[in-house]
Design a protein around this ligand. Structure first.
Ligand SMILES: *[C@@H]1O[C@H](CO)[C@@H](O)[C@H](O)[C@H]1NC(C)=O
Ligand SMILES: *[C@@H]1O[C@H](CO)[C@@H](O)[C@H](O)[C@H]1NC(C)=O
Ligand SMILES: *[C@@H]1O[C@H](CO)[C@@H](O)[C@H](O)[C@H]1NC(C)=O
Ligand SMILES: *[C@@H]1O[C@H](CO)[C@@H](O)[C@H](O)[C@H]1NC(C)=O
Ligand SMILES: *[C@@H]1O[C@H](CO)[C@@H](O)[C@H](O)[C@H]1NC(C)=O
Ligand SMILES: *[C@@H]1O[C@H](CO)[C@@H](O)[C@H](O)[C@H]1NC(C)=O
Ligand SMILES: *[C@@H]1O[C@H](CO)[C@@H](O)[C@H](O)[C@H]1NC(C)=O
Ligand SMILES: *[C@@H]1O[C@H](CO)[C@@H](O)[C@H](O)[C@H]1NC(C)=O
Ligand SMILES: *[C@@H]1O[C@H](CO)[C@@H](O)[C@H](O)[C@H]1NC(C)=O
Ligand SMILES: *[C@@H]1O[C@H](CO)[C@@H](O)[C@H](O)[C@H]1NC(C)=O
Ligand SMILES: *[C@@H]1O[C@H](CO)[C@@H](O)[C@H](O)[C@H]1NC(C)=O
Ligand SMILES: *[C@@H]1O[C@H](CO)[C@@H](O)[C@H](O)[C@H]1NC(C)=O
Length: 739
């Protein structure tokens, strides 16, 4: 028989005895005990049962827990409960059960509880202070819930007493607000891991951090609204390995003291307002550094030579800062490097100063939007693991070397907007890069001839090809028909002549075709209406293709359409056909109505004649329809009123006549959509329709009449505009900026 005792006794000493008998005693005495112990002095095991049932009572959705957690039964058998040999509950593990309701403070009174995991539920309310005051709890994980309110501030008497055994606290991904309470932090002297990321915490990082938490090893403050500067005390975190504080509003410089935290392996402060430069003198002290992520700040200065001493460095992310200078040759000593992202800075100089052959693990290199000059260094081609290389929008020149064919893992190559020459050579040498999935080489090779060479072949994995903005002469080359995996083809803003070839319809995966701003002539081939992916409303799965080597996304780096618009996957691009600004003649083929998947159709600035086919009304996914500046005649078909997603419509500068349709999206289009058609009339046009011309139109179904203000249409309009603005914006920048 074991004695009853008060659970405030620190050691929880219990007499030996079968756990079952101890619990059965507690169960039997439960009602009596509650009477006898108004101050909470009770059997430790009995307290467990009481606390657990209080927790259960606090839930509004217990997801069936109550069927297991029945009062009067042995709680060591309850779902999610682990007991020790003495029958005391040591672990409560209830993650991912769909629990709703509040977390009962009673859980903090369980005398032997070591681990409490309530993560990935929908618990709400505050985090009870009792949990942080527990004298037993080592690990508390309440991440991924809906907890709100402030983090509890512990009484100052707890600070520094070293009585809180807690080592791991994960409150991340909730809706907690307020400051990180300094006294609570100071009270948790044994803390090893603290994760408060992805909440709405404000104020500054407590300056006392690490003063009383000498064991702190991982600190994640990211995705909050913390402001102020990076506290110098972080330098006193002698055990700190992981420090993440990205996506906050921190400002000021990285304090020199940070370089005292020499055990740091992972420093990440992306998307703050940090300024200043990396310390050339002290950077090398961070010998253990594996990840350095300072992207999206206001950093200036260069990459110091001393970076070469960081032999364990694998990931260097400095994109979107104001850094400058040349890359230090010493970078070639960072032999563990896998990822180097320097996009959108002011770095300059010749990359040949770095010997890339000593960086065999490189996988991702992004130097987009800097001021680098010179040729692509030959040493880069020995990086056989390189998957993504982006050098776009710099001042590189020269011809591509055959060495690039040695990059057997290269899936993504963007050289857009440089001064590379000899496109024939480029396409010849790149065909031996077997994994190439995305090739963006537009805005180079200015004024050259489109290679017609039939020996351009291979490219078995190629999904996205841009050769736009090159002013290339010649025809759409036959070798394109061999690119059997091609999904997106950008040939806009060249000087291509000849017809739009019918064989394009053989590209069974193609869903983006942009040949705008060329001099293509002849009729629109009806064969285009056979393009399978444009006929289908489904999208191709990125991962679903026969190449095997391209089982990962075609965009390992986000592709930028504008500073704030990026595509992470190739198949997120809208399905589009852009034949605008050419010399196309003949009629708009009615067969185009089969391209049910199309979201954007642009036939503007050509010499197309005849009527707008009724069948265009079948393109129900259309968001953008631009038929402007042609010689189209007749009336706008009423069938177009059924295009409910249409948010941009332009038939200006044709020879259309008759009334502007009144239903569907038509009341949302500005008069400029119809301008330059002297025969047209409508409420928004100078020329009002006479009764006769209105009657000449087809009789409107009753439900359409005057519905422009009606609920149904308003919904469609709002949605359409919402979808359309984004899409239109893509489209506008798509042709000019595909980095
Ligand atoms: C559990 O059962 C005891 C005795 O039957 C009772 O006093 C107590 O209120 C019950 N607890 C809960 C949470 O229902
Ligand atoms: C809590 O449970 C989740 C889900 O099983 C798990 O991912 C997480 O690692 C656990 N937390 C701790 C601190 O062990
Ligand atoms: C909470 O954080 C701890 C420590 O970083 C981690 O082990 C645990 O997996 C996290 N919980 C979840 C649900 O991710
Ligand atoms: C903190 O938690 C988030 C999820 O809420 C997780 O993504 C992150 O990796 C965790 N940080 C650390 C350092 O474990
Ligand atoms: C932040 O929390 C939300 C809601 O729990 C979650 O959906 C999201 O994935 C989290 N973000 C990160 C970066 O962990
Ligand atoms: C920091 O945030 C707090 C709370 O949001 C605010 O009161 C304070 O003015 C901010 N300080 C700075 C320097 O922005
Ligand atoms: C790039 O170089 C040009 C010419 O040398 C200079 O005008 C420009 O400011 C530089 N751009 C950046 C971002 O440093
Ligand atoms: C092309 O690159 C230059 C820098 O070389 C940059 O200034 C310009 O904005 C880029 N153009 C586009 C359209 O990205
Ligand atoms: C362009 O490349 C082709 C094929 O590599 C080569 O035959 C030709 O001489 C090159 N042209 C110039 C001007 O260098
Ligand atoms: C059309 O292409 C030519 C090159 O052929 C280019 O100079 C011009 O800027 C392009 N126009 C537009 C609007 O992109
Ligand atoms: C259609 O193409 C023409 C010519 O390239 C262009 O000027 C126009 O902006 C495009 N329309 C839309 C809606 O993008
Ligand atoms: C348009 O749809 C109608 C009705 O579904 C169908 O009869 C007609 O053939 C379609 N036209 C085209 C060109 O697909």
């Amino acid at each position: 028989m074991r004695p009853l005792h008060c659970h405030s006794s620190r050691n929880n000493s219990r007499a030996a005895g079968g756990p079952w008998s101890a619990r059965s005693l507690a169960l039997a005495l439960l009602p009596l005990l509650s009477l006898l112990s108004p101050t909470g002095c009770a059997s430790s095991t009995e307290q467990d049962g009481v606390s657990l049932l209080k927790f259960l009572q606090g839930l509004s959705q217990d997801s069936g827990l109550a069927t297991s957690w029945r009062n009067g039964t042995d709680w060591c058998t309850w779902k999610g409960i682990t007991c020790d040999a003495d029958g005391a509950v040591t672990e409560v593990s209830l993650a991912s059960l769909g629990l709703e309701g509040r977390i009962s403070p009673a859980l903090g009174e369980m005398p032997s509880l070591l681990r409490l995991n309530l993560s990935l539920n929908s618990l709400s309310g505050g985090l009870p202070a009792e949990l942080l005051l527990s004298r037993s709890l080592l690990a508390l994980d309440v991440s991924f819930n809906n907890l709100n309110g402030d983090l509890p501030e512990l009484p100052s008497t707890f600070a520094g007493q070293g009585r809180q055994p807690i080592k791991l606290l994960n409150v991340s991904s909730n809706q907690l607000t307020g400051q990180i309470p300094p006294l609570t932090l100071a009270g948790m002297t044994k803390l090893v891991t603290l994760n408060v990321s992805n909440n709405s915490l404000t104020g500054e990082i407590p300056s006392t951090i690490c003063a009383r938490t000498p064991f702190l090893s991982a600190l994640d403050l990211s995705f909050n609204q913390l402001n102020g500067s990076v506290p110098v005390n972080l330098g006193r975190c002698s055990a700190l390995r992981v420090l993440k504080a990205g996506h906050n509003e921190l400002h000021g410089t990285l304090p020199d003291e940070l370089y005292d935290a020499t055990s740091l392996e992972h420093i990440s402060f992306p998307n703050n307002r940090l300024q200043g430069a990396l310390s050339a003198e002290r950077l090398a002290e961070l010998r253990s550094l594996v990840v350095l992520d300072l992207a999206e700040n206001g950093l200036t200065g260069g990459i110091p030579d001393s970076i070469g001493r960081l032999e364990r460095l694998e990931e260097l992310r400095l994109e979107h800062n104001s850094m400058s200078g040349e890359l230090p040759p010493a970078l070639s000593r960072c032999s563990s490097l896998r990822t180097v992202i320097l996009r959108s800075n002011g770095f300059h100089g010749d990359l040949n100063s770095v010997d890339f052959s000593t960086l065999p693990r490189l996988k991702v290199l992004d130097f987009m939007d800097n001021n680098f000059t010179g040729t692509v260094p030959e040493s880069l081609y020995s990086c056989s693991d390189l998957t993504a290389l982006r050098l776009s929008s710099n001042g590189f020149h020269g011809q591509l070397s055959p060495g690039i064919g040695r990059l057997k893992s290269l899936r993504f190559l963007s050289l857009t907007n440089n001064s590379f020459t000899n496109v024939t050579n480029a396409l010849q040498v790149l065909k031996s890069a077997p994994s190439l999935t995305t090739l963006l080489i537009g805005a180079n090779f200015r004024g050259e001839a489109m290679p017609e060479d039939e020996t351009i072949e291979g490219y078995r994995s190629l999904q996205v090809l841009s050769l736009a903005d090159c002013s290339l002469s010649g025809e759409i080359p036959r070798w394109v028909s061999g690119l059997e995996n091609l999904r997106e083809l950008f040939l806009s803003s060249n000087r291509l002549t000849g017809p739009i070839p019918a064989w394009l319809s053989g590209l069974s995966l193609l869903f983006v075709l942009d040949v705008s701003n060329n001099s293509l002539a002849g009729e629109i081939p009806t064969a285009l209406a056979d393009l399978p992916m444009l006929r289908s409303e489904t999208t191709v799965d990125d991962d679903d293709d026969d190449g095997g080597s391209s089982s990962q996304s075609a965009f390992p780096l986000p592709v930028y359409m504008a500073a704030s618009l990026q595509y992470h996957r190739a198949n997120y691009c809208p399905k589009l056909l852009n034949l605008g600004d050419n010399r196309l003649t003949g009629a708009v083929p009615p067969e185009i109505g089969r391209l049910k998947g199309l979201t954007q159709l642009n036939l503007s600035f050509n010499s197309l004649r005849g009527e707008v086919p009724q069948a265009v009304g079948n393109l129900t996914n259309l968001e953008v329809l631009d038929l402007s500046s042609n010689r189209l005649t007749g009336k706008i078909p009423r069938a177009l009123e059924s295009l409910h997603f249409l948010s941009y419509f332009n038939v200006s500068n044709n020879d259309l006549d008759g009334p502007v349709p009144a239903g569907g999206q038509f009341c949302t289009f500005p008069s400029s959509s119809f301008a330059g058609n002297p025969g047209m009339c409508g409420p928004m046009l100078v020329r009002r329709c006479s009764a006769a011309s209105v009657e000449a139109g087809l009789p409107a179904p009753v439900r359409d009449a005057g519905l422009c203000g009606g609920d149904v249409v308003v919904f469609a309009v709002t949605f359409g505009v919402f979808v359309g603005v984004g899409v239109l914006y893509d489209q506008m920048v798509l042709s000019r900026y595909f980095g």
